[in-house]
Structures are given as structure tokens and as C-alpha cells.
Design a protein around this ligand. Structure first.
Ligand code: HEC
Ligand code: HEC
Ligand code: HEC
Ligand code: HEC
Ligand code: HEC
Ligand code: HEC
Ligand code: HEC
Ligand code: HEC
Ligand code: HEC
Ligand code: HEC
Length: 334
């Protein structure tokens, strides 16, 4: 890298970050450089890494070599808000995540040798253990959505924060509805297949995201759902199904997945089975739920085969399947 280009890049950077830096200091990157930049105290992991071990010139130390995209794309993200003391750039810049890395940038490797890696590397051949990587992120992000990270499926399966998140990019794709599912599908082929089925939530159309129902950082609910109950998760968008209703259909109140597969189905309306089979699972006299009426009853309408036939079958008469508010709706006719 030529000195001229470095200085040009440097000037641009100083402008971007609003830092006032003399070009003559460009190579003076030891932590003792008296350039007036003082690392803010109270950052993560500083008990182990003394504050004075961090590069005094912050990101400028690193960017004299790492001056190209994608590394520099971080400058356009919330992480690079220097004026905000909560951010990496308000603390120890690159080293807030990559750790104290003096061995890396002060090395003078011989021809054909590589420099020792920074303390924490997030991807590639020299990637650090997942726990070390995640510890860096969690030092600032333990709260909020990540209250239940410890013990979550992703945490216990050794998934890294950066298996989903990309840091050196202007907009992290996993935070964008349209591009999020592709990230998830790299590991969740089964759900990907379901979203391709005839009936599906508009996930691949970019209107519903996995994170509308799930908190991928873990939750207090089942299957990392955002709410403690499945039904409550569904009510956030399908409020008309919430009730309470005058006449409740018990399985609806219990769990929408008694009848629906949220990710996709070959049957209309995300139903797990076609009607009448769906209904007969619970309503046949011989089923293991004891048989809730229907065959045992004297209902004239249930004689012959008409009541089983057609696309809508049972729904021809029992159309208010999620419950009814009509005084005469006890069997969900209206
Ligand atoms: C003097 C030039 C130079 C400086 C300064 C520098 N790096 Fe590097 N860095 C490199 C080179 C060259 C590589 C590629 C590895 C090699 O070939 O030695 C690299 C690789 C990396 C990698 C990839 C992991 C690896 O081991 O290959 C990361 C991450 C990294 N640097 C981060 C940083 C950070 C953070 C800083 C500032 C604290 C920094 N670098 C400062 C030259 C530099
Ligand atoms: C030094 C503290 C710090 C560290 C370390 C840190 N972050 Fe952040 N991060 C922040 C702050 C502050 C914000 C901005 C939050 C806000 O504006 O409310 C942020 C924002 C984010 C966002 C939202 C970005 C956006 O575009 O809205 C994501 C995702 C994120 N961080 C993930 C990570 C991951 C993954 C790591 C580890 C590789 C990490 N962070 C390390 C402090 C940190
Ligand atoms: C399985 C994928 C996945 C993993 C692993 C993951 N995240 Fe996220 N993260 C997401 C998604 C998706 C969102 C958007 C959530 C939303 O919009 O509700 C998000 C949002 C965020 C945000 C911005 C929203 C906020 O909370 O302010 C931060 C910060 C964040 N994650 C940090 C982390 C950290 C730290 C880790 C590791 C401990 C991590 N994430 C692991 C998928 C993941
Ligand atoms: C918020 C945490 C965070 C900060 C701050 C950060 N990085 Fe990174 N860095 C990462 C993550 C995570 C990756 C993995 C690729 C990605 O997500 O973009 C990475 C990847 C890299 C790589 C490429 C390694 C490879 O093999 O692909 C280099 C080089 C690098 N960072 C240098 C820097 C430099 C220089 C700075 C400061 C200007 C910096 N990083 C600031 C988290 C961070
Ligand atoms: C790097 C691979 C990977 C990525 C990427 C990933 N997951 Fe996972 N996920 C797993 C593993 C492993 C499990 C553990 C269960 C299993 O093996 O299916 C899991 C489990 C889950 C579970 C079940 C959680 C529970 O508490 O039972 C949900 C929900 C989930 N992931 C959602 C997501 C979403 C949403 C995304 C994208 C934002 C995502 N995952 C991205 C690997 C991944
Ligand atoms: C409309 C809400 C909703 C959306 C959107 C959604 N899920 Fe789910 N997901 C659920 C529910 C409810 C469960 C509970 C188990 C079940 O019946 O499938 C679940 C379960 C899971 C599980 C656990 C395994 C299983 O099937 O039981 C994984 C993994 C998962 N979802 C991944 C994803 C991924 C990846 C996306 C995005 C492509 C996604 N989900 C989108 C509601 C949703
Ligand atoms: C983020 C909002 C959101 C959440 C949460 C949500 N849905 Fe949906 N749901 C939608 C949208 C959008 C549609 C498509 C509506 C349309 O196409 O008119 C839909 C459609 C449906 C359909 C009809 C599908 C069809 O093929 O006609 C069913 C059934 C359904 N959702 C069930 C559920 C269940 C069960 C849950 C909880 C596990 C749930 N939804 C959670 C937004 C949501
Ligand atoms: C007992 C089985 C069953 C349960 C449980 C159930 N549904 Fe349904 N749902 C159906 C049937 C059958 C249809 C198709 C109705 C039709 O075509 O007239 C349907 C259709 C839907 C539709 C699309 C048409 C409409 O009415 O808006 C949505 C949305 C929906 N259900 C949401 C939910 C939610 C949310 C829950 C949980 C609170 C739930 N369902 C529980 C059987 C059920
Ligand atoms: C997961 C099991 C399950 C499924 C699937 C199911 N039901 Fe039910 N249904 C019940 C239970 C439990 C009751 C309450 C029975 C009671 O109170 O004795 C009930 C009650 C009813 C009632 C009112 C009975 C009465 O005596 O007032 C009707 C009508 C009914 N269901 C029709 C249907 C239809 C039509 C379908 C298919 C679209 C269906 N059910 C699917 C479990 C189910
Ligand atoms: C032609 C209209 C019609 C069709 C189609 C129909 N039913 Fe009914 N069903 C009735 C009538 C009428 C009653 C009695 C209502 C009352 O007494 O208020 C009834 C009552 C019920 C009851 C209440 C229990 C009982 O025996 O009194 C259940 C459960 C039930 N039906 C389930 C089903 C199922 C499951 C299907 C599809 C396999 C179905 N019905 C198809 C008209 C129909």
C-alpha cells in the first residue's frame, strides 16, 4: 500500500468521522501516541484488557491497512457513531469487537509469513471460538431481546451472533424483512420447503418475517416464539381471532397449531389436514380424545354422506370455526 494512497484514505476517513487528525501522525499508532484521543473508560472486558492496551488511535490504527470495503462499510452503521459513547467507535473502535490486537498490527512478518491474528476473529480460517465471539457482542447487547439468549436453542447449539448478523455491511440483511429468511434458510431447510408450499405466510414475498413470530435470540415461550403462548403470538396480527367469544371452540383457544401449520401447507388456509379429516381427528366417536359428539349424536344433518362432502364439508354448516359471538352460535353456524 503506497503512502500517498494511505494519506488520501486517511483524510477521507477523518472527514467521515469528524476526527481531527494530522496526516503526519498517520504512522504513529502505538497506544502512547499523544494524539489527544482518549479511550473512554467502562468498556466491556477491560478488567482483562487494560484500557491502555487498546490502540490509542482507534480505528485509524487499523484502517491504515484495512481501508477497503467491506471492512469500511461499518462506517455507515450505528456501530460507528463516534459521538455515542455506547457504540464500539465511542469506545475502542475496531478493538471493541476484535479485542486488543497490538500483536497483530505491530507485527513485522517476514516475507511469506502472516501476522498473528487479532484477539478475536469472527469468520474464516482463523475464526475464534463461538463463545469468545459472542462474549464481545453480549458485553453490549445482553439486554432487551437477548434476555433469554442463555439456554436458547441457538446458544446451546453453539450458533454465533455473526452466523446471522453481518457487521461490515451498510445494512445488515438479517434486519431486513425481504432478506432475513435467506439467512435462516441456510440452516432451516425444512421451514424453507414449507414456505414454498401452496398455502403459506407471505414470508418469501417479504411481508412477514420469521422474527415476526420468533425471537431468534430465545424467549420465555415455546419454540422461541415472541409471546409466551402460540395463540398470543398469532393474535398480534390476527386480532379478530382473539376473543373472548360467547361460544369458544376449545382447540382454538388452546393452540392455533392444533389445526394450522404456521410455515406452510399443501392444504388451503395453512391447514394441517383437509376438512373433514381435520375435524374427524377429534370428532369421530372412536378417536383417542373420546369423541366429541358428531357420530354419537342424533343430528339429522349428519346422516348420509352430504355432511362429509365438498371442499368445505363440515364448514358448509359450521362456518364460524374459530368461535361465535351469536347467541345461537353454540355449534358455530353463525
Ligand atoms: C500494518 C497493516 C495492518 C494493520 C495496522 C492491521 N491489520 Fe489486520 N490484517 C493485516 C493483514 C495483512 C491481514 C491478513 C493476514 C496476513 O496475511 O498476515 C490482516 C488480517 C486481519 C483480520 C482477519 C483475520 C486474520 O487473522 O487474517 C482481521 C479481523 C484484522 N486483520 C483486524 C484488524 C484490526 C481490528 C486492526 C486494528 C486493531 C488491524 N487488523 C490492523 C494487516 C493489518
Ligand atoms: C461497545 C458496544 C457494542 C459492541 C461490542 C457491539 N455492539 Fe452492536 N450496537 C451497539 C450500539 C450502541 C448500537 C446502536 C443501538 C441503538 O442505536 O439503539 C448497536 C447496534 C447493533 C445492531 C443494530 C444495527 C442496526 O442497523 O440497527 C445490531 C444487529 C448489533 N448491534 C449487533 C452486534 C453484534 C452481532 C456484535 C458483535 C459482533 C455487536 N453488535 C457488538 C453497541 C455494541
Ligand atoms: C438466528 C439468528 C440470530 C442470531 C444467532 C442472533 N441474532 Fe440478533 N437478530 C436477529 C434478527 C432476525 C433480528 C431482528 C429482530 C427483530 O426485528 O425483531 C436481530 C436483532 C438484533 C439486534 C437489533 C435489535 C435490538 O435488539 O436492538 C441486536 C443488537 C442483535 N440482534 C444482537 C445479537 C447478538 C449480540 C447476538 C449473539 C448473542 C445475536 N443477535 C444473535 C437474528 C439473530
Ligand atoms: C461490532 C463489532 C465489530 C467492529 C466494531 C468491527 N468489526 Fe471487523 N468484523 C466483525 C465481524 C462480526 C466480522 C465478520 C464479517 C462480518 O460480519 O462482516 C468482522 C470481520 C472483519 C474482517 C474480515 C475478516 C475476514 O476474514 O473476513 C476484518 C479485516 C475486520 N473485521 C476488521 C475490522 C476493522 C479494521 C474494524 C474497525 C474499522 C472492525 N473490523 C470493526 C465485527 C466487528
Ligand atoms: C447457523 C445455523 C442457523 C441459522 C443461520 C439459524 N438457525 Fe435457527 N436453529 C439452528 C439450530 C442448530 C437449532 C436447534 C434445533 C435444530 O437443530 O433444528 C435452531 C433452532 C431454531 C428454532 C427452534 C427454537 C426453539 O426454541 O425450539 C427456531 C424458532 C429458529 N431456529 C429460528 C431461526 C430463525 C428465525 C433464523 C433466522 C433469523 C435462524 N433460526 C437461523 C441453527 C440456525
Ligand atoms: C406466523 C408465525 C411464524 C412465522 C412467520 C415463522 N414461524 Fe417458525 N414456528 C411458529 C410456530 C407457532 C412454531 C411452533 C411449532 C409448530 O407447530 O410448527 C414454530 C416452530 C419453528 C421451529 C421449530 C421446529 C418446528 O417446526 O417445530 C423452527 C426451526 C422455526 N419455526 C423456524 C422458522 C423460520 C426459519 C421462519 C422464517 C422462514 C419461521 N419459523 C417463521 C410460527 C412461525
Ligand atoms: C406479522 C403478522 C402475522 C402473524 C404474527 C401471524 N400471521 Fe397469519 N397471516 C399474516 C398475513 C399477512 C397473512 C396473509 C393474509 C392475506 O394473504 O390476505 C396471514 C394469513 C394467515 C392464514 C391464512 C392463510 C391462507 O392461505 O389463506 C392463516 C391460517 C394464518 N395466517 C394463521 C396464523 C397463525 C396460526 C399464526 C400464529 C402461529 C399467525 N397466522 C401469525 C400475518 C400474520
Ligand atoms: C379447530 C381447527 C382450527 C383451529 C384450532 C384454528 N383454526 Fe384457523 N382456520 C380453521 C379452518 C377450518 C379455517 C378455514 C375456514 C374457512 O375456509 O372458512 C381457518 C382459517 C383461518 C384463517 C384464514 C381465514 C380467516 O378466518 O381469517 C386465519 C387467519 C386463521 N384461521 C387463524 C387462526 C388463528 C390465529 C388460530 C388460533 C387462535 C386458529 N386459526 C386456530 C381451523 C382452525
Ligand atoms: C384438536 C381437536 C379438535 C379439532 C381438530 C376440531 N375440534 Fe371441534 N371441538 C373440539 C373440542 C375439544 C370441543 C369441545 C367439546 C365439548 O365441549 O364437549 C369442540 C367443539 C366443537 C363443536 C361444538 C360442539 C358442541 O357440543 O357444542 C363443533 C360444532 C365443532 N367442534 C366442530 C368442529 C369442526 C367442524 C372441526 C373441523 C373444522 C373441528 N371441530 C375440529 C376439538 C376439536
Ligand atoms: C348440513 C349441515 C352440517 C354439516 C355439513 C355438518 N354438520 Fe355438524 N351439526 C349440524 C347440526 C344441524 C348440528 C346440531 C346443531 C345443534 O343442535 O344446535 C350439528 C352438530 C355438530 C356437533 C355437536 C355435537 C352434537 O352431536 O350435537 C359437532 C361436534 C359437529 N356437528 C361436527 C361436525 C363435523 C366434524 C362435520 C364434518 C364431518 C359436520 N359436523 C358437518 C349440521 C352439520
Amino acid at each position: 500500500m503506497g503512502l500517498k494512497r494511505t494519506i488520501a484514505a486517511f483524510g477521507g476517513l477523518a472527514l467521515l468521522l469528524g476526527a481531527s487528525v494530522g496526516c503526519n501522525a498517520a504512522w504513529a499508532d502505538s497506544s502512547t501516541a499523544a494524539d489527544g484521543k482518549v479511550a473512554s473508560a467502562g468498556g466491556p472486558g477491560e478488567a482483562a484488557e487494560g484500557a491502555s492496551d487498546f490502540a490509542a488511535r482507534g480505528e485509524q490504527t487499523c484502517m491504515r491497512c484495512h481501508d477497503k470495503a467491506p471492512v469500511t462499510d461499518i462506517l455507515a452503521t450505528p456501530h460507528a457513531m463516534k459521538a455515542d459513547p455506547r457504540t464500539p467507535f465511542g469506545k475502542h473502535a475496531c478493538e471493541s469487537c476484535h479485542g486488543v490486537s497490538r500483536d497483530h498490527y505491530e507485527a513485522h512478518p517476514a516475507e511469506g509469513q502472516r501476522r498473528p491474528s487479532p484477539a478475536v476473529v469472527f469468520k474464516g480460517e482463523f475464526a475464534s471460538p463461538v463463545a469468545d465471539r459472542n462474549a464481545k457482542c453480549l458485553a453490549c447487547h445482553q439486554n432487551g431481546l437477548r434476555m433469554n439468549w442463555q439456554g436458547s436453542q441457538h446458544e446451546s447449539n453453539n450458533i454465533a451472533c455473526n452466523s446471522c448478523h453481518t457487521i461490515h455491511v451498510q445494512k445488515d440483511p438479517v434486519l431486513v424483512k425481504q432478506t432475513q429468511p435467506d439467512k435462516c434458510f441456510t440452516c432451516h431447510a425444512e421451514q424453507q420447503a414449507l414456505t414454498l408450499q401452496f398455502s403459506h405466510h407471505p414470508i418469501r414475498e417479504g411481508k412477514v418475517a420469521c422474527s415476526d413470530c420468533h425471537n431468534p435470540h430465545g424467549s420465555a415461550g415455546p419454540d422461541s416464539l415472541k409471546k409466551v403462548r402460540v395463540t398470543d403470538t398469532c393474535y398480534t396480527c390476527h386480532a379478530d381471532k382473539r376473543g373472548p367469544m360467547l361460544w369458544e371452540h376449545q382447540p382454538v383457544r388452546e393452540d392455533c397449531t392444533n389445526c394450522h401449520n404456521p410455515h406452510g401447507s399443501q392444504n388451503a388456509r395453512l391447514l394441517k389436514e383437509k376438512v373433514p379429516f381435520l375435524c374427524l381427528d377429534c370428532h369421530a366417536a372412536t378417536n383417542d380424545m373420546g369423541g366429541y359428539g358428531y357420530k354419537n349424536s342424533d343430528v339429522a344433518a349428519h346422516s348420509g354422506n352430504f355432511y362429509l362432502s365438498g371442499d368445505r364439508s363440515c364448514l358448509n354448516c359450521h362456518s364460524q370455526i374459530h368461535g361465535s359471538n351469536s347467541p345461537s352460535g353454540s355449534t358455530f353456524f353463525r
